[in-house]
Write a protein that binds this ligand. Structure first.
Ligand code: NDP
Length: 308
């Protein structure tokens, strides 16, 4: 049973050690040293090589080393190849940390206080209590639910939006495009944790921003493709939106003259919301390979028609 990794050298070494120690029966290889391509059944990668099905004719599953699979061109992959996303508990923990950091920073007006410090101003901003602060999460999947669960401990007024209807304790849930404006109207802080699909590309746009209450703040932890950047600049510059915290961008890194670098009301981080760590992801990957070997369904297999 051969598993091929196409990952960077440092992580490759970590994966190699873990498999050698805990699953020596699995023949693990590292791109570009594939050996006999006919023997490769599994591929673990962020981005498969072009024409992967021709290169690896007996491939049965591709394991994304990421939670999202938007970087894959699913149309090019033959239907018999299962595509499985990474459900690493380390990713959940890291996204929860980032979301809590960003919500708390915005809730406690840290961008304003940092700006004041640079101008040597000692001035108290108007206070908003946590129950008065309405925080909404777009995407109620593995990550969105975990974020809402942790945010509950601070006592925020929580909202959530997904494609299908959900019931989550202490969260007012909305579903589908019809209920999107109603959801947005009630989000003082909006967090995007959607997968990037044909339906969600560009969803953080002028009409979405217009539906948010004046002074709302945006946290984008999804993908850069969710955001129409010029619409965000307009919404910030008009004063309708107060601040944006962006972990992901269309072009990463952005060009040297990109307006976000210097914008006083944008915080940028270089896509560090979460990164798959072999130490925490290993058990999940191995458990899925074992399931596949036993002929059982794998956890995290994506639905090709939905794109996530
Ligand atoms: P899941 O697949 O578990 O959840 C996706 C959620 O989005 C579901 O609730 C789904 O609705 C909802 N959704 C999908 N399409 C639509 C739509 N058209 N309209 C409304 N809701 C929709 O994904 P995860 O929670 O694991 O991950 C979400 C995304 O987070 C990833 O795809 C990735 O882009 C991003 N991410 C970013 C990271 C970073 O470092 N910044 C790290 C990891 C992930 P339903 O429940 O009805 O199916």
């Amino acid at each position: 049973m051969t598993l091929l990794f196409k990952v960077d050298t440092e992580r490759g070494l970590a994966w190699k050690n873990l498999f050698q120690r805990h699953a020596p029966d699995i023949d693990v290889r590292f791109w570009p040293d594939l050996g006999d391509p006919d023997e490769v059944r599994y591929l673990a990668t962020w981005q498969p090589p072009p024409d992967v099905h021709l290169l690896l004719p007996n491939l049965q599953a591709i394991f994304a080393t990421s939670a999202g699979v938007d970087q894959f061109d699913l149309r090019c992959l033959p239907p018999q190849v299962e595509v499985v996303r990474m459900l690493d508990p380390g990713i959940v923990q890291a996204i929860v940390e980032y979301a809590c950091f960003a919500v708390l920073a915005l809730h406690r007006k840290m961008p304003e206080y940092l700006a004041q410090q640079h101008q040597q101003q000692w001035q108290i901003q108007p206070w908003v209590s946590a129950p008065q602060q309405r925080v909404g999460v777009m995407g109620l999947g593995n990550l969105g639910i975990a974020v809402l669960d942790r945010l509950q401990t601070f006592g925020f007024s929580l909202k959530g939006w997904a494609r299908s209807a959900k019931r989550i304790d202490a969260v007012e849930c909305f579903a589908g495009t019809e209920q999107l404006p109603q959801f947005l109207n009630q989000c003082d802080i909006l967090i995007c944790l959607l997968p990037l699909t044909e339906d969600t590309r560009g969803i953080l746009n002028a009409s979405t921003f217009a539906a948010l209450p004046p002074g709302a703040k945006l946290i984008n932890l999804g993908r850069g493709g969710h955001l129409i950047e010029t619409d965000l600049l307009q919404a910030l510059d008009s004063g309708h939106l107060q601040h944006a915290v962006l972990d992901v961008l269309n072009d990463e890194p952005p060009a040297a003259d990109h307006p976000f670098w210097q914008h006083p009301r944008i915080w940028l981080t270089p896509h560090i919301g979460a990164m798959t760590q072999p130490e925490t992801a290993f058990e999940v990957l191995l458990a899925n390979i074992r399931r596949h070997q036993r002929g059982e369904p794998m956890v995290g297999t994506i639905k090709r028609s939905d794109g996530y």
